[in-house]
Design a protein around this ligand. Sequence first.
Ligand SMILES: *Cc1c(COP(=O)(O)O)cnc(C)c1O
Length: 497
Amino acid sequence: MSNIMYISTRDTKNRVTASQAILKGISQEGGLFVPENIPTIDLDWNVLKNQSYQEIAQKVLSVFLSDFTQEEIRECVTRAYDQKFDDQKIAPLHYLNENIYLLELFHGNTIAFKDMALSILPYLMTTAAKKNKLKEKIAILTATSGDTGKAAMAGFADVDGTKIIVFYPKDGVSNIQRQQMITQPGDNVKVVAIEGNFDDAQTEVKKMFQDQQLKQILLERGYVLSSANSINIGRLVPQIVYYVYAYAQLVKENRIENGRTIDIAVPTGNFGNILAAYYAKKIGVPIGKLICAANRNNVLVDFFNSGQYNAKREFYLTSSPSMDILVSSNLERLIYFLVDEQDQIVNQLMKELSNKGIYQIEKQLLDKSTEFYANQADDAETQATIRKVYEEDHYVMDPHTAVAYTVVNKYRNYSQSTNPTIIAATASPYKFSETVVAALTGEKGHSEVQLMKKLKDLSNVSIPEAVSQIMSQPVLHQSEVMIEDMKQSVLTFLVKE
Ligand SMILES: *Cc1c(COP(=O)(O)O)cnc(C)c1O
């Protein structure tokens, strides 16, 4: 099997193994790691259609994480994708209507799609630490728009040799998301609310990764920093698996002919999930359009239409908070492809983004991204979609998934495409019960417990364990800090042991 190395988008001389890339999270000069070559993988759908999620994960992870042994990967996969998922398919496909399939990515611990990768990341990381004979503890530094935080803590809680600190926007998460985080047990976890939005948190976290002085202090205390955000390839690679699995399931159920082109729609924030679909296409999954769905924070839509990325715009809190992002980190990896892997150009563009909040790529570069279609849905459209899908198809969608569904309809109206389409269903409606119940009934002002009961009656889906007891659990984390004090929180938490 070929050996896949990872290089930085901003300096291709920074070249590391997969396990080193996972440990580092981000390259030292601020670039993101990308595979140096796209690995070749034999996708025989007649074989894959009979394989389990775990078997397909084994196959995909082995080629991308080529310095891990088959045994190591097997151990990680087995421990990650077990009965903590409440569906044994791990990522089941729900047939909705007119060639639309919902790939339900919310059957893990925290009922959002972040579980798909964050269930395995802790195992990949501790295996990588052993492989590289790391002596220090790994300190995971994470910014969250609501879902990564809980999923990362659930994964890393009480994992030997690790500590994790999560920063979330105080006013930018749903009640359930907040409650899930502030009740998280574990001796090695810390949760901090910040006065700011997700972009502020992510920018500050990225700065800390490049802070050489901080790095030195932490090293003396026995820590190295890593990331559980989708900038880590240990997040990205496991996300490719479910697109391969979903296609195999469509073939297996005779929904499509072997080889038929399908489209994929993804509710997008940090551009991580859709980037995984892009990689799935590159390794040979028959994908046509990659439909990038945004909420009112539509910076990516403008980018795909004009080539200009302009983060200097009003920031909106929407009913799909996990997508309330203006600086979509993983777009850098696509840019790297569009500029023909010229690291200096990526470097220049990202400098402009960080200094001026804006950059522009040339028309002929943008033309290389026509496999993407981008559009947006506002809160009113999202609500209407939740209601319409419920009335017509008896399925209760969460607001993020509903943004994607709305955009798929816009795409079909515009293109007249009849391709079968998979929508990444990224969260359980129980995670956003207030919005969903309001969309379905017009009712407001219920308590979270009442909302859950309502949803259960409306959807006929039982209340997931992840949230059933949550409102009565003790609050363990109450820290709140200003952006400029985030570094101090890290220093206070990561003391010498
Ligand atoms: C994180 C998240 C998204 C956005 O995914 P990205 O990989 O950041 O684009 C969408 N929906 C939900 C529910 C999420 O948690």
